[in-house]
Ligand binder design. Structure first.
Ligand code: FAQ
Length: 310
């Protein structure tokens, strides 16, 4: 890596140009993107598990078909993102191995259990809501393939967000049991949704370099503030109580939250709390079940090569 290459790259970033797959880029830019995009892909795939558990238990055919489509979308997002990471030289095998061995992370939010049907709605409203705030920002990022993937993914997540909101608003205005179920889901998902947007800026070691190179256009706390400002009034309007006694609006109109329990966040990420073992177990099981497909593909490729060589 020469000083000239770096200067040229920095100038392109400063001009707001997109960096494309074959372009020269600093090794650290490539490493950071592979880390983030592969973890994002893993999150989409592991994210199918908490909601997928409810497909057989959906209360109506309408809700079942919506949920099936949503979970299928998440699988598509995972594929799309693995491909984006592949444009940087990462291989599918290495990325999957990093997930299954616990080396690569996936979003903390998917280590929480889904206890009732209302959790499906609350995930749509809060988790997709938080993901959209983060991903709308990433749609403007400097790496072309990632930014373009985000545009399509965000439009699909917007449907997910709306179906979750519609469901929770219906239950919040429903029978006392439905109202209690919606409130209980909010009580359990509010803080994990706040945490999924990442540690406070002062505790975010990757943010400096990501902002410098136009990968992150807003900080973790800025995105979290956008998420709170949109969701607090809507949840209140639905008649729900946000489980934060310190929540208040400041003079600028921003909703201010109370302290976040970061010990829980780090414990969940380290796999000491929550369903990390179960989630990785399910992924390992799916991977083992798919061995025959990989073997068949390999046998087919070998055969095609042999035919071509003849
Ligand atoms: N979970 O220095 P920072 C979805 C780690 S998609 C686990 O601030 P960064 C769709 C972080 O990796 C949700 N680990 O990190 C859906 C780093 O560790 P490392 C996923 C986390 O990268 C909806 C360390 O902490 N979205 O939900 C988390 O600058 C419904 C220090 O943190 C993406 O992945 C966390 N929550 O900022 C699917 C978007 N937060 O890697 C199904 C792309 C932080 O150095 C159903 N990613 N860490 O060992 C990003 O935008 C960023 O990576 C952040 C974190 C903002 C998540």
């Amino acid at each position: 890596e020469t000083a000239e290459q770096h200067a040229h790259f920095e100038a392109r970033i400063a001009r707001g140009e997109k960096i494309e797959a074959g372009d020269w880029m600093p090794a650290e830019y490539r490493r950071q993107l592979i880390r983030m995009i592969s973890q994002h892909a893993h999150s989409e795939v592991v994210g199918m598990l908490p909601e997928g558990e409810w497909i057989t238990r959906a209360p109506s055919l309408k809700r079942k078909t919506i949920l099936m489509a949503k979970v299928q979308d998440e699988a598509g997002h995972g594929q799309y993102l693995y491909h984006a990471a592949e444009t940087l030289g990462a291989t599918r095998e290495d990325m999957l191995q990093a997930l299954l061995s616990g080396k690569a992370k996936y979003s903390s939010i998917f280590n929480y259990p889904t206890h009732t049907w209302a959790d499906v709605g609350m995930i749509g409203w809060l988790v997709d809501g938080a993901a959209i705030k983060n991903q709308t920002m990433l749609a403007g990022c400097s790496y072309g393939p990632y930014s373009r993937a985000m545009v399509r993914i965000c439009s699909e997540e917007t449907f997910h967000h709306k179906q979750g909101k519609e469901m929770i608003v219906a239950y919040a205005q429903g029978t006392p049991e439905q109202r209690a179920m919606a409130q209980d889901a909010l009580n359990r998902w509010w803080w994990p949704a706040m945490m999924m947007l990442g540690p406070h800026d002062a505790d975010s070691p990757n943010s400096g370099v990501l902002s410098k190179w136009g990968i992150k256009l807003k900080s973790n706390d800025e995105v979290r503030q956008e998420f709170i400002n949109e969701h607090v009034p809507e949840l209140m309007e639905a008649g729900l109580t946000i489980p934060d006694p310190d929540l208040h609006q400041d003079e600028q109109g921003n909703w201010r939250h109370g302290p976040i329990h970061w010990d829980e966040f780090w414990a969940v990420i380290r796999g000491e709390q929550g369903l990390n073992r179960e989630r990785l177990g399910a992924r390992q099981h799916a991977h083992d079940d798919g061995a025959w497909v990989r073997d068949a593909l390999q046998a087919y490729t070998d055969r095609q090569r042999a035919v071509a060589a003849d």
